[in-house]
Ligand binder design. Structure first.
Ligand SMILES: Nc1nc2c(ncn2[C@@H]2O[C@H](COP(=O)(O)OP(=O)(O)O)[C@@H](O)[C@H]2O)c(=O)[nH]1
Ligand SMILES: [Mg+2]
Length: 425
């Protein structure tokens, strides 16, 4: 049998661990993850090298002894690329390239690369391009400054420097064009959502660490056809499906791009519009790969990102996934108890999926309350909707329709918003 992976270029992974190590991941766990990212990008991992230092070396990231060692493994594995687990400064990248004479990448560039390959929709493509240009901009400077020093005389503007200004101007222009296009798309989506509000459904977003099983879950729940693969960031574009629960209530459920530690800030800012859409949800399903040794650090990472996105106040159901991959799970273990609403499922086999569906229904039921609406005769569609969504206890026809019903307040509030009235009891 021919091993097709054998043709893939080999990468050497390097990382510095400092005393100020703030990541929830250990340096080795982080390197293993970097290896998964490399594999996702179509590379093979030769070996991994890490070093403890007070801080990364300003010019070379690691110390000279380690760099020598890396040079040896590069030769030994015939590696074509060295990837650092932190974002390198343009100077570090340049210097390492000169010393090691191979392509030098960092975690950020690798993730941007994967995103660029995965982006399906026009919006995602624009968002990734913007992040890439923002990553490129400061790096372009150093490269060209270096060249201009070779080409131009002292005190004069060399050809390199002029070219640099032209290039930078073009990149900035492209970034602002992309930003305009993204604003337009955001506006379109907003109007679409307004239209969707004609049928005000509870919105549920599936969030969690990359590879936790989010896409597998939405596929199981709704027979959606979302790409799911044992790759990091297999899906970038949010997919929304309607799901009818056993209680007969319908929800809109959205699969989202996954989280990862050290997520490049360029991506967070360029994907903000998409992420905002997600954090507008009424309920979050936080999917966790409980079969992964490092799931606790992954949860901490996801929780941190939710705080950054100001989405940590949204009610959450914690979905411990991949229980099929564990020999045994003690669901009464105290470490699970800090997650108030939780269930243990296998999205892949469908095992105990009904416990999740029941949890969603219970959440919705806990939100049921009696509400009174004052509906003008011109909005009989709303009266019909209230009949459809709730248990109507009282209707009065006077100058307007006064209707009292017990229903999910999430929907009730959306109807109130639509009517522009705010009377509840
Ligand atoms: N054993 C097992 N594997 C799962 C389960 N759910 C998802 N997976 C696998 O985990 C990998 C990532 O799944 P995916 O849905 O793409 O994760 P996402 O990145 O969170 O969307 C795929 O190889 C899935 O087949 C599960 O319940 N059990
Ligand atoms: Mg996915």
């Amino acid at each position: 049998m021919i091993d097709t992976a054998a043709a893939a270029p080999i990468a050497i992974l390097i990382a510095v661990q400092t005393d100020r190590h703030e990541s929830v991941f250990s340096v080795t766990d982080s390197l293993v993850e970097l290896g998964e990212l490399a594999r996702t990008a179509g590379l093979r991992v030769g070996t991994m090298v890490h070093q403890y230092r007070d801080s990364p070396h300003r010019k070379t990231y690691m110390g000279s002894g380690k760099i020598e060692e890396i040079g040896q493994v590069v030769a030994e594995f015939s590696a074509e690329v060295v990837i650092a687990d932190d974002e390198l400064t343009p100077a570090q990248q340049k210097t390492l390239e000169q010393i090691l004479k191979v392509k030098i990448m960092d975690r950020t560039a690798l993730i941007l690369d994967i995103f660029a390959k995965r982006a399906q929709t026009f919006e995602a493509q624009l968002q990734v391009e913007m992040a890439q240009l923002e990553y490129l901009l400061p790096r372009l400077t150093r490269l060209w400054t270096h060249l201009s020093r070779l080409g131009g005389g002292i005190g004069t503007k060399g050809p390199g420097e002029k070219q640099l200004e032209v290039d930078k101007r073009q990149i900035r222009k492209r970034i602002s064009t992309i930003r305009e296009k993204l604003d337009k798309i955001k506006l379109q989506r907003f109007t679409q959502r307004e239209r969707r509000h004609e049928l005000p459904l509870t919105t549920v977003a599936i969030i969690g660490y990359t590879n936790a099983g989010k896409s597998t879950l939405i596929n199981q729940l709704t027979q959606a056809n979302v790409f799911s693969e044992n790759l990091l960031f297999a899906t970038l574009d949010p997919t929304t499906r309607r799901l009818t629960l056993p209680s007969n209530e319908s929800i809109l459920i959205t699969d989202t791009v996954g989280f990862i530690q050290k997520l490049p800030h360029q991506l967070v800012s360029s994907f903000r519009a998409t992420l905002e859409e997600v954090v507008d949800a009424d309920l979050l399903l936080h999917v966790i790969d409980v079969s992964h040794d490092n799931w606790r650090a992954m949860v901490a990472t996801a929780e941190g990102l939710l705080r950054d996105l100001k989405a940590d106040h949204i009610p959450q159901i914690t979905v411990f996934n991949k229980v099929d991959a564990l020999e045994h799970i003690d669901v009464a273990n105290p470490e699970y108890l800090r997650f108030p609403l939780r269930c243990f499922i296998s999205a892949k086999t469908g095992q105990r999926l009904e416990s999740l569906v029941d949890s969603i229904d219970q959440f919705l039921a806990s939100r049921r309350k009696s509400m009174t609406f004052h509906v003008p005769y011109s909005r009989m569609d709303v009266v019909n909707l209230i009949h459809e969504m709730g248990d109507v206890s009282h209707v009065d026809y006077h100058s307007e329709v006064t209707i009292t019903a017990t229903l999910n307040t999430i929907i009730g509030d959306k109807i109130m918003g639509d009517l522009g009235t705010h009377k509840k009891n």
